[in-house]
Design a protein around this ligand. Structure first.
Ligand code: GAF
Length: 371
């Protein structure tokens, strides 16, 4: 394994453990996690492999095959960590005095900037390795929560629990139906090949600058709406029409999206459990329209990808992840794949946009030990 070779070359010994954690796509349930709602992500075949050994001192030595070897980071210099190193250092910081230092080599193959959660994969791979090395006894969900705390508290990104939970808990061939309030989860079989289907990832290769600020703004709008409605979280809205009457403007639209989206997750799970995988397309389309018009987190590149995919014969399509760029997914009959790809590529070419990248998403396995 090349990450082991790189570890050996840099640190002069074999790593004590090697873990791999995947990125994710979200089938449905967008911007519902931080509203205590439902989500349905699945792990993608790309992820981050972490070769790790503990150190007796408080030093962290880090290297990435995609980046560089960094200067050793100590307790005193932790806060100065920059870029991708913050995700790993954040995990160690959240573990506090349960761990000391570590030597860590990373090898990632999540397509960069595609919105497939390479950061969650990095956090979960490092957290899983440290959990084993220090006998911490953390469950996969506790590893996900720790990783989320690293992202919220150390990196400073106010994300929900979906990405880390998907990376830690997903099973091969399954999507993860997660209740983001109780953190109860169930693996739902997603055997696309049995239905002659594929999920095509359309990476727009565009990421808009304001994504971070807008994400935090949406969260704040949801929290403000929940306060006005007198509920703990938008998950608790049972009378949607009544709630909408009490709100105005953007908050009204946000509530409309969050409440209907969480119901769409349950409806889609119902269809999958009934073996009606071919029929989930309409819910994907409805999710996209709601994200575009009510939640306002789509982008021209995502909208064009979704519309052209459906025109090309996809059963349904939607943006996936936080939005403002990144990727869309399309549910496609195997014999329509070429036509869908051609339709999207032509729509981009017409606008002189950078050609989109197409990836085939097969539900993969969550975090696991490699060696
Ligand atoms: C990002 C966040 F990290 C997730 O927690 C989730 O909120 C998602 O956007 C939107 O569904 O990926």
């Amino acid at each position: 394994m090349r990450v082991v070779e790189a570890f050996r070359a840099a640190f002069g010994a074999d790593p004590e453990t090697v873990w791999r954690a995947p990125g994710r796509v979200n089938l449905i349930g967008e911007h519902t996690d931080y509203n205590d709602g439902f989500v349905l992500p699945f792990a993608v075949p790309w992820g981050v492999t972490a070769a790790v050994s503990p150190r007796p001192d408080q030093t962290i030595r880090l290297l990435s095959l995609q980046g560089s070897t960094t200067e050793p980071i100590t307790l005193a210099t932790r806060e100065e960590a920059t870029g991708w190193t913050r995700y790993a250092v954040g995990v160690l910081a959240m573990l506090g005095d349960r761990v000391r230092g570590a030597d860590i080599a990373l090898d990632g193959d999540v397509p960069q900037g595609a919105g497939l959660s390479s950061s969650a994969a990095l956090e979960v791979s490092v957290a899983s390795a440290l959990n084993e090395l220090h006998d911490l006894g953390l469950t996969p969900m506790e590893i996900a929560l720790l990783s989320q705390r690293a992202e919220n508290g150390f990196v400073g990104v106010p994300s929900g629990i979906m990405d880390q939970a998907a990376s830690a808990l997903c099973e091969e061939g399954h999507a993860l139906f997660l209740d983001c309030r109780t953190l109860g989860s169930r693996s739902i079989p997603l055997d696309l090949a049995a239905h002659d289907l594929r999920i095509l990832i359309i990476d727009t290769q565009v990421h808009h600058e304001h994504a971070g600020g807008e994400y935090a703004k949406r969260r704040a709008e949801c929290e403000s709406a929940a306060r006005k409605l007198g509920v703990d979280a938008l998950r608790d809205v049972t009378d949607l029409a009544g709630a909408l009457e009490r709100l105005q403007g953007d908050e009204r639209k946000r509530v409309m999206h969050v409440v209907t989206e969480s119901h769409r997750v349950e409806a889609l799970v119902g269809l999958l459990r009934a073996g009606a995988t071919r029929e989930i397309g309409a819910l994907l389309n409805a999710s996209h329209l709601s994200l575009r018009d009510q939640y306002e987190v789509s982008s021209p590149e995502l909208d064009v990808a979704v519309e052209a995919a459906v025109r090309g014969g996809a059963r349904g399509a939607r943006m996936t992840g936080g939005g403002f760029g990144g990727s869309a997914i399309a549910l496609v009959d195997e014999d329509r794949l070429d036509s869908v790809r051609e339709s999207v590529a032509a729509a981009y070419a017409e606008r002189s946009w950078t050609p989109p990248r197409f990836l085939d998403a097969t539900p993969a396995k969550g975090a696991h030990r490699l060696a």
